[in-house]
Design a protein around this ligand. Structure first.
Ligand code: GN1
Ligand code: MG
Length: 378
């Protein structure tokens, strides 16, 4: 593989000659390589990725999205950090041959990402990074973006897909999950609220990232401040509510999304405060009143949506999500249901927090965060 990458690297407009290829990265979708080159002036690092064209059947349109968005962000501030796409010597964003389809990025110097949340300050930084990303793209013409995965967060369509899977799926699995299926469907009308608000133009279509997990935020190695978001493959038009909600679904749960101790899964309100404070410091200014009002419920909706996706996949025979054992998707679905139930109980508190952060956020961030940071063991 390394000799292939060496050859592919030669087609991109990079400095020097390849001296090393490191392939020890653990992404589940694309394959990532760190390529080091050298010329008379020194060493240079680049990232080359082989795009998974099964998941992303139109890599050219996907790359157009990424080029649009990264150029727009880079134009915003002199010291702005973002991924930079490196073109091929033929002026293209991709190099293709019989072995696959490749893209190349500058390596982000002195930056790293985390798999596990370290502390509250870090989660506040995640909120800040998502807010900044959305900030920079406020004036980007969202209609220019290609819908990489159509209806990705169209919750009513996800409900329909679950209903269908509950008819045509694997018989024993349908029987086994009767209660879970019903628990999701019982909340049908509440779960449709974001999509309905989008359809009725009560909230705007904006540029969204769609994978706002902790490990997609790059941090400065020295200061530990967030630098930028990576993994831009699913940047699409959508509602910013889902980027807010999805980051919290993962980051504020007390257990990983496939943990089996369902009774111990809880939504950590302290983390919710930290994240919301970081996010709202950036986004408060341009978020509409309606979006602000819906922030908390979006955490519940995206958690239920994700649970429905896991359950649908379970009923249909685990075709979409990678599973490590036969009931993996069912465990994930039950886990998300438990988390969603806890979020549901805390919704009124969350709404109050958002409201007070929105009106007096600067003052609250300083006092509340300082106090909670000391009390919280992450
Ligand atoms: C998938 O592969 P990963 O972890 O980046 C999925 C997300 C889900 C997530 C749940 C393109 O993301 O929507 O929230 O699994 N991405 C896609 O773990 O479907
Ligand atoms: Mg991803």
């Amino acid at each position: 593989m390394n000799s292939i990458i060496k050859r592919i690297a030669g087609h991109f407009l990079i400095k020097g000659d390849v001296v090393d290829v490191d392939s020890h990265f653990n992404g589940l979708v694309n394959k990532t390589f760190l390529v080091r080159t050298q010329d008379a002036n020194g060493y240079y690092d680049y990232i080359i990725q082989k795009i998974n064209t099964y998941v992303f059947p139109n890599p050219h349109r996907l790359m157009e999205n990424i080029v649009h968005v990264t150029r727009h962000i880079a134009s915003k501030e002199e010291h702005n950090q973002t991924l930079h796409v490196i073109m091929s010597s033929e002026g293209k964003t991709l190099v293709e041959d019989a072995s696959g389809c490749y893209r190349c990025y500058h390596y982000l110097e002195n930056a790293h990402n985390y798999q596990q949340l370290q502390d509250l300050r870090q989660f506040k930084e995640v909120g800040r990074a998502i807010g900044i990303f959305q900030n920079h793209l406020q004036d980007f013409p969202v209609k220019l973006l290609y819908e990489v995965i159509p209806d990705f967060h169209n919750t009513p369509k996800r409900i329909k897909a679950l209903k269908k899977a509950a008819k045509v799926g694997i018989k024993e699995r349908i029987k086994e999950t009767k209660n879970e299926i019903q628990n999701f469907l019982d909340k049908k009308s509440f779960l449709s609220r974001v999509q309905t608000a989008l359809d009725q133009k009560e909230i705007p279509l904006r540029v969204t990232h769609n994978d706002t997990k902790l490990n997609n935020v790059m941090f400065d190695q020295l200061t530990n401040r967030a630098l930028c978001l990576i993994d831009l493959d699913t940047v699409m038009p959508g509602s910013v509510l889902f980027d807010f909600g999805d980051a919290l679904r993962v980051g504020a749960s007390t257990k990983p999304e496939d943990d089996k101790e369902f009774k111990h899964i809880a939504f950590d309100i302290t983390r919710f405060i930290a994240f919301s404070a970081g996010y709202l410091l950036q986004a408060n200014e341009w978020l509409s009143d309606k979006e602000g009002d819906m922030l908390s419920e979006s955490v519940y909706i995206i958690t239920m949506e994700c649970g429905m996706r896991f359950l649908t996949d379970y009923l249909l025979g685990d075709k979409y999500f990678l599973t490590r054992y036969p009931k993996h998707n069912l465990v994930r679905a039950k886990n998300q249901l438990s988390l969603a139930n806890d979020i549901w109980q805390k919704l009124t508190v969350m709404q109050k927090i958002v409201k007070s952060l929105r009106t007096r956020f600067e003052e609250i961030v300083i006092t509340k965060l300082g106090r909670d940071k000391e009390n919280c063991n992450l």
